[in-house]
Design a protein around this ligand. Structure first.
Ligand code: ARG
Length: 259
């Protein structure tokens, strides 16, 4: 269930090589607009698929709402976008940013007070609540109904915190794909994750048992103190909110039933 997140290592190796190739330690890579970046000519972003519709694979490409938004940030910086698949724990804890694996984290990350202490968040770009996905025909449809039930949660997420805060018995999975698999094979009777990512799994076999109004908001994250990049990210978020790009991106990925 808990794999070590070895996925971040290749990125570290690449970052180390890039630094070794520099003529002096101070010649940091920068974008056209002067924002410091870990690798020349690209904005490197850590993300944790599968998390449809925010980040998930189509063939071998990672696509989704978060990806379209960070592509806009890269466009504004005048650089390419490079994505690094990373375990969510390393993303939300600031570890991936502090290790130099990426410039930015984009992963449907809820802005929380605890995380504010570990990384710096952009302005919010998406509203979220938690939801319960259960097999069709299940009687699980409220917090009370979950007494004595083992619920599957995603490790290091606000869903995990929600389950703990409400005294639920839970088992952790490293990503949403493994949560869904556990529900399919009957290892757990229900799973909790953000409501928008449960929508894509609603079919003949699974239904939304209930929604929990947690009032969360997603932000993009930079390493603590990286104000140059944070200002650029907020600038892009403001631009796409006013020029209609955000609405286009939203409409492309969010169906009314999944929101
Ligand atoms: N919004 C939740 C949180 O921040 C879950 C995010 C999980 N994201 C992902 N790409 N797996 O804790």
């Amino acid at each position: 269930m808990r794999r070590s997140s070895s996925l971040a290592l290749p990125a570290l190796a690449v970052a180390a090589l890039t630094l070794a190739g520099c003529s002096s330690a101070s010649s940091e890579a920068t974008s056209e607009s002067g924002v410091p970046l870990i690798a020349e000519g690209k904005l490197t972003v850590c993300t944790n698929p599968p998390y449809e519709p925010f980040e998930f694979k189509e063939g071998d490409q990672i696509v989704g709402l978060d990806i379209d938004i960070v592509q806009e940030v890269a466009n504004d910086l005048g650089v390419d976008l490079a994505l690094v698949e990373t375990g969510f724990d390393g993303i939300q804890s600031g570890a991936a940013l502090n290790a130099g694996s990426c410039d930015l984290v984009a992963s449907g990350i809820t802005i929380t007070e605890e995380r504010e202490g570990k990384l710096d968040f952009s302005d919010p770009y998406f509203d979220a609540n938690q939801g319960l996905l259960v097999p069709a025909g299940s009687s699980l449809d409220s917090l009370e109904s979950l007494a004595g039930v083992t619920v599957g949660v995603q490790q290091a997420t606000t869903g995990e915190t929600f389950a703990a805060d409400n005294g639920l018995t839970s088992v952790q999975f490293e990503d949403l794909g493994l949560q869904i698999q556990a529900l399919k094979n009957g290892q757990v009777e229900a799973i909790i994750n953000d409501i928008a990512v449960l929508g894509p799994y609603v079919n003949d076999s699974f239904v939304i048992g209930t929604q929990f109004e947690t009032g969360e908001q997603y932000g993009l994250g930079v390493k603590t103190g990286n104000t140059a990049l944070l200002d650029a990210v907020n600038g892009t978020l403001e631009r796409i909110a006013t020029d209609g790009t955000y609405d286009e991106i939203y409409a492309r990925w969010i169906t009314p039933a999944a929101s």
